[in-house]
Design a protein around this ligand. Structure first.
Ligand code: PXL
Length: 261
């Protein structure tokens, strides 16, 4: 079985982050292992808090994983700080043929900042250049490329600018576009628009994680980058359609965070 590593934050609601990635790998027939970079407290409607994991524990998680498994691909999600990115880049350095998907998570869907401002430079300088695929949404593409991204042409320009940072391929996801949900793929040779249906559901928390984890899973199974992206898009769409609204959690009495009993 192909083994895929996810490097990112824990989401206790399992909608995004590590928990969601492991479910995606499992659904697609790959075996997921993980390095947790941060512990978040959140659900689909609100983000409360997060604490980054120290460099030493990131390294020991990685070493535990690579001494026990032979990895076929990896993806990164929430990385949090410049220090974590520097550590991850050091750990992942090496084989340029190793499939690495970077989901450049900067904000949560609920608006919380998940990547320090100071971490943008090392993300662009150290991680993007060793990636096989970078998968920003419109907002992340604008931040990474330093330009406005709100239509198809601007998406293609941003994809090219991110490619020029050293990525082997880029897909700018158009889920937040006003009209149809087209994604723009660029691999240095061709700009490929990938059209998709817009689905009217409320719970899209974690869709980006599902997409990038699925792409990593298909790359691990030997698909080329464009077909991995196409299949990942289909899989993420199916997941959105099949998702449930997690609701308000009425079964247990709610205790305010920090409340001493
Ligand atoms: O969907 C991006 C994402 C990734 N990882 C974690 C998150 C989020 C968004 O909320 O919380 C841990």
């Amino acid at each position: 079985m192909n083994i895929v590593l996810t490097i990112g934050g824990s989401d206790p609601s399992s909608g995004a982050g590590i928990q969601s990635d492991i479910k995606t790998f499992q659904s697609l027939g790959t075996y997921g292992v993980s390095v947790i970079t941060a512990i978040t407290s959140q659900n689909a409607s609100s983000f409360m808090d997060f604490v980054p994991v120290g460099r030493k524990v990131i390294r020991s998680q990685f070493q535990s994983v690579i001494s026990g498994f032979s990895l076929s691909a990896a993806k990164t999600g929430m990385l949090g700080t410049a220090e974590i990115i520097e550590e991850i880049a050091e750990l992942l350095h090496g084989d340029p043929a190793f499939p690495l998907v970077i989901d450049p998570v900067i904000f949560s869907g609920t608006g919380a900042r998940l990547l320090d401002e100071k971490a943008l430079y090392p993300l662009k300088k150290l991680l993007v250049p060793i990636s096989s695929l970078v998968s920003p949404n419109l907002h992340e593409a604008a931040i990474l490329s330093g330009r406005e991204v709100s239509d198809r042409r601007q998406m293609a320009d941003a994809a090219k600018a991110i490619f020029d940072l050293g990525a082997k391929a880029v897909v700018v996801k158009g889920g937040h576009l006003e009209d149809d949900a087209v994604d723009i793929f660029f691999d240095g040779r061709m700009v490929v628009p990938l059209t998709g249906k817009r689905v009217p559901v409320k719970n899209v928390h974690g869709t980006g994680c599902v997409f990038s984890a699925a792409a990593a899973s298909f790359l691990a199974s030997g698909d080329d980058t464009l077909s991995s992206v196409k299949k990942a898009k289909k899989f993420a769409l199916r997941t959105i359609i099949g998702s449930f609204e997690s609701g308000t959690g009425a079964r247990l009495p709610a205790h305010p965070i920090g409340h001493q009993r």
